[in-house]
Ligand binder design. Structure first.
Ligand code: SAM
Ligand code: SF4
Length: 338
């Protein structure tokens, strides 16, 4: 691998060191804020093969990407996905990659936790919005909470550190703020809250009905816990506090109430090879064409990656303040990868 190439830096002097890769748009759940129940998925022929994903991710690693997050759709429902994780582990072994990780709904973790740990994965983010069985099935439509809890237990048994991601949903999990916090604290898991983002058509659901502002959530948390601000930054829209009483970290991902684009260090690759330079903008670059046109030469692919980074926008335009989901982007989170 060529290590003497200059790193990726965008026009706003932000170094791009973090790639999020959606390896499939399919999922075994149908979360109400993410998809409509009769979601149409991409034809399989459009998807990059695992070998193509390997080549693309490896090109980014050679250009200085240090952290790779695998997501989807549900990454663990992609056929033979463990082959891909095993292949990526070579970049961990070589030291080129600092972290290989994934975001999952947890449904398949009981099956794969051991293999993930063996491939060099150290941490996983598991999305879980409620600890109530019926509510879980209402939110995910097709999911079973017990299966996810078993998956989380298996991940912990395999030595993986688990962080819980919960979407803040007005009138849905508001009353579970303390229960979820305590449950995570009891298992030494950090918890990050995410604001609902206006992405993709989700059928009859109303975004504004779902939106629960994290400033309100945070104020409520402060009625019971002492929130200590931490300086920790991941280059994304998350900000963290530590709860003095439990010691656990609680994160807030607030792309809507706050805008942290100035420190953005990431880009997102879809399972069809489109590179989105910003989660909240429609601009994208097609990397599948140079990838397929030049199977034995990475130079055109590298040039296309550099051209894309040179066009990374300053930030997104999400805005709910005018009481309608402004800045909405048409693609689903499951396409770009959350
Ligand atoms: N299926 C995996 C999962 O659920 O963790 C990975 C993909 S999912 C699209 C990634 C994250 O995006 C999940 O934490 C999910 O809750 C979140 N998400 C999906 N749609 C969202 C939306 N409209 N607004 C905010 N977060 C969303
Ligand atoms: Fe699937 Fe994740 Fe979207 Fe839920 S949030 S439907 S689990 S991709």
């Amino acid at each position: 691998m060529d290590r003497i190439q200059p790193p990726l830096v965008d026009p706003f002097a932000r170094a791009i060191t973090y790639l999020r890769v959606s390896v499939t748009d399919r999922c075994d759940f149908r979360c109400v804020y993410c998809m409509s129940e009769n979601m149409t998925f991409l034809p399989k022929a459009e998807l990059l093969t695992l070998e193509e994903l390997d080549r693309l991710c490896s090109a980014f690693v050679a250009l200085g990407v240090r952290k790779l997050r695998i997501t989807g759709g549900e990454p663990l429902v992609r056929r033979n996905i463990m082959d891909f994780f095993r292949a990526m582990s070579r970049h961990i072994d070589s030291g080129a990659l600092e972290e290989l990780t994934l975001t999952t709904n947890g449904s398949q973790l009981a099956r794969f936790a051991g293999d993930l740990a063996a491939a060099g994965v150290r941490r996983v983010n598991v999305s879980l919005d409620t600890l109530d069985d019926d509510r879980f099935t209402e939110i995910t439509r097709w999911g079973r909470l017990s299966q996810v809890r078993e998956g989380i237990a298996a991940a912990r048994d395999a030595g993986l550190r688990v962080k819980i991601n919960a979407v803040a949903l007005r009138g849905v999990n508001e009353d579970e703020l303390f229960r979820l916090t305590e449950w995570c604290a009891g298992s030494d898991m950090d918890l990050t809250w995410i604001e609902v983002m206006p992405m993709g058509d989700i059928g009859n659901e109303d975004r504004l009905d779902q939106y629960w502002s994290l400033s309100d959530l945070r104020a409520r948390l402060a009625t019971r816990y002492t929130l200590i601000d931490t300086p920790e930054r991941t280059g994304g829209p998350a900000r963290y506090v530590r709860l003095a009483e439990t010691g656990q970290k609680v994160g807030f991902i607030t792309p809507l109430t706050h805008n942290f684009c100035e420190s953005c260090n990431r880009v997102r690759l879809t399972c069809t090879g489109q590179l989105f330079m910003c989660l909240g903008q429609e601009d994208m670059a097609d990397l599948r064409a140079p990838l397929r046109a030049h199977p034995d030469d990475d130079a055109p692919l590298n040039a296309a990656i550099r051209a894309a980074i040179a066009a990374k926008p300053r930030g997104h335009d999400f805005d709910y303040s005018r009481r309608r989901p402004d800045g909405q982007v048409s693609r689903h989170m499951s396409h770009t990868g959350g």
